[in-house]
Ligand binder design. Structure first.
Ligand code: DC
Length: 219
């Protein structure tokens, strides 16, 4: 099978990163987590300890250095040379990431970086606008979704396992807000590309979804 470019989009908690990582390992591809890049910007913004304004975000993104290193199935995230992998999954960073993602200048800069990362093929990239905007010529396009209840439960389990003191209602509200921000923003909103295959993961196991994607890659 020749080295393909696989685009996976969908809302928070649909299972994009979980299944994309496994597919990448099975195919010997690189996995590119574009959400981690928006999170890296959000993390650096939050670290300034200043009110989060469009001006602050733009100033920060102008000369930020973001690097993703995918080694042995794990993506390490670096900002300005410092590893921040463990810092970017908090609900606070999630919420600011969705906000920074509405700004055109941020999207232009990250989109350019993402396109460069995909040039050699043999990549699976996940996000919100990969099939529609970042890689419209991707060989395989998938739109992964699940019910909001299921997505909230998954995110709750994930955060609980990491030791966060949260409740399911809060997580569901945060996800609903992010869905709204991600789908209603003006630039490159979350939407299924016309030629993407819709996969609803609500009642599927991880293995079933991985097999569905592998079958699409083999076509
Ligand atoms: O996939 P994630 O939850 O790590 O993404 C964090 C936020 O980044 C998400 O709420 C929207 C934004 N994002 C985006 O706008 N475009 C992408 N390609 C990836 C993420």
């Amino acid at each position: 099978m020749n080295k393909k470019i696989v685009a996976v989009d969908g809302p928070a908690g649909a299972g994009k990163s979980t299944v994309s990582k496994i597919v990448a390992q099975k195919l010997g591809y690189t996995y590119i987590d574009t959400g981690a890049m928006y999170r890296a910007v959000a993390y650096k913004v939050l670290r300034q300890g200043k009110p989060v304004t469009e001006q602050l975000i733009t100033d920060i993104v102008r000369d930020i250095d973001i690097d993703l290193q995918y080694v042995d199935g794990v993506t390490k995230v670096f900002v300005d040379g410092e590893e921040i992998t463990g810092e970017i999954r908090t609900p606070e960073v999630s919420s600011i990431a969705s906000k920074v993602a509405t700004i055109g200048f941020v999207r232009e800069k990250l989109t350019e970086l993402q396109r460069k990362m995909a040039t050699r093929g043999g990549v699976i990239m996940d996000g919100r606008d990969i099939a529609t905007h970042v890689l419209p010529n991707a060989d395989v396009k998938i739109f992964l979704t699940a019910s909001i209840e299921e997505r909230a439960r998954r995110r709750y389990d994930e955060l609980k396992a990491k030791g966060y003191d949260i409740n399911l209602d809060e997580v569901a509200k945060e996800i609903a807000l992010r869905d709204k921000q991600d789908t209603e923003r003006e630039i490159a909103p979350l939407i299924k590309a016309e030629d993407a295959v819709l996969l609803d993961t609500t009642n599927k196991t991880i293995d079933e979804v991985v097999d569905d994607i592998l079958n699409l890659c083999r076509k």
